[in-house]
Design a protein. Structure first.
Length: 429
């Protein structure tokens, strides 16, 4: 027990937590996770919680899946890291082949990094340099959606549209073009923009179907496909950020598949290793790859890379993750769960405190009525811990994104606990 007390004390003394107002944190009792099994987490005091947000949207098949555990242990016995700068390594080569085989048609090259932000930043840099390399120096502008979120490194912040996260950094970043509208109005706005200025636009960056960090905002069916058609027509590259939506979250392996879209760049991270290790990839086409093939003396190489690019341990975990999808028929088993969850979510409209419920696959946002400064979403997520569930809000939106391995019985538990917590928090107002 003494060690448990010390861990909590050391947390407050030494750690700075992400996306956390530390003045508030210092007043709370830290919840320190010590172990996990399946879709459950256990803290140092022995309390068990359902992992209702997949440990920030990354866990896919549950914690401590024996196949991924074994793959990592086997790889450790061979080699844990070797650079991709001037060398190759076995798992990174094998994974690249697998990803190309399963990705939307036309994506044939894989560039590794270690998180979603860098995956998007790589795509932006590639798109920009492609036009510079191929004789179109005026094509420098990057277009993105309003309320967009693509990560926290400065290049990705540049294409971010959420003031809460990004406003303070505006003087540090490069200028971009933000589409002000949403849904079909944004598509119309894009079309007018491309008609007038496509000669100066390098790429469009989008989160397909679901804008996750914006509060699980859903795009209308067909909007992504129309955007793809417009970017092709006006010779603008399409960057699709599937960091959140990839690997089954929307019901298909990639959200692009719902509308048969093949982008110029596909950015993946989060669930790629099943929630085990940091890894990200930027997939692109032969056309883009060929735009960097010049004699070295022309200095048109893609001068970008990370120390742990293509890390063998992470790639081994990712290969095991993909094997599980195939052998356990994860996507096939997912469809009934998605339909079951959709039926259960209807009950939230019985609560006058709920403004809207949004769902795509196992991605859910329950928007609460009230002012942001009242921290209602945060209060619900703090309150629900007494029922044995870990959630994390996005402002006044309570997010549910459990591992794909969740059962219908566990869905019942998650939904009931969330309903009860919202109801009880509003009774206190």
């Amino acid at each position: 027990m003494q060690k448990h007390h010390l861990l909590k004390q050391w947390d407050k003394q030494y750690l700075w937590h992400p996306f956390t107002q530390m003045k508030d944190w210092a007043k709370q009792e830290p919840l320190v996770i010590d172990s996990a099994d399946g879709i459950y987490l256990k803290d140092i005091d022995g309390n068990v919680y359902m992992d209702g947000v997949s440990s920030l949207w990354v866990n896919v098949h549950g914690h401590r899946h024996p196949k991924i555990d074994a793959a990592i242990k086997k790889q450790i016995d061979k080699i844990s890291h070797s650079t991709l700068l001037g060398l190759a390594n076995t798992p990174s080569v094998e994974l690249a082949k697998r990803l190309v085989e399963m990705a939307p048609q036309g994506l044939s090259k894989v560039f590794y990094s270690d998180n979603g932000s860098t995956a998007v930043e790589i795509a932006i840099k590639m798109a920009y340099q492609y036009w510079q390399n191929t004789g179109h120096p005026k094509k420098t502008n990057i277009v993105h959606l309003s309320n967009s979120y693509h990560g926290d490194t400065l290049g990705s912040v540049s294409v971010g549209g959420i003031d809460l996260f990004h406003k303070v950094y505006r003087k540090l970043i490069f200028k971009t073009i933000a589409l002000k509208a949403h849904g079909w109005l944004a598509v119309e706005e894009l079309e007018q923009l491309l008609k007038k200025h496509s000669d100066k636009i390098a790429a469009l960056v989008v989160e397909p179907l679901v804008q996750g960090a914006a509060g699980m905002l859903m795009w209308p069916h067909g909007a992504l496909k129309k955007m793809r058609a417009l970017t092709k027509k006006y010779h603008v590259l399409l960057i699709v950020d599937e960091v959140a939506t990839g690997f089954g979250r929307t019901g298909k392996m990639f959200a692009c598949e719902h509308e048969g879209v093949s982008p110029d760049f596909l950015c993946l991270a989060k669930g790629i290793t099943g929630g085990y290790l940091p890894l990200a990839v930027t997939l692109t086409t032969k056309r883009i790859f060929d735009g960097f093939l010049f004699d070295y003396k022309e200095y048109k190489t893609f001068f970008h890379g990370h120390t742990y690019t293509g890390n063998p341990l992470a790639c081994a975990a990712a290969l095991a993750n993909l094997n599980i999808f195939q052998k356990e028929r994860t996507l096939e088993k997912l469809a009934p769960k998605i339909n079951y969850l959709a039926k259960k979510l209807k009950m939230f409209y019985n609560l006058i405190s709920v403004a809207e419920v949004r769902q795509r696959g196992l991605m859910v946002g329950i928007e609460l009525k009230g002012l942001p400064e009242h921290r209602l979403g945060a209060k619900v997520c703090e309150h629900i811990r007494q029922y044995g569930v870990i959630l994390r809000p996005l402002g006044n939106v309570v997010v549910l994104m459990p591992p794909l391995s969740i059962s219908t019985k566990e869905i019942d538990f998650l939904v009931q606990a969330t309903y009860r917590s919202i109801e009880e928090i509003y009774e206190k107002q």
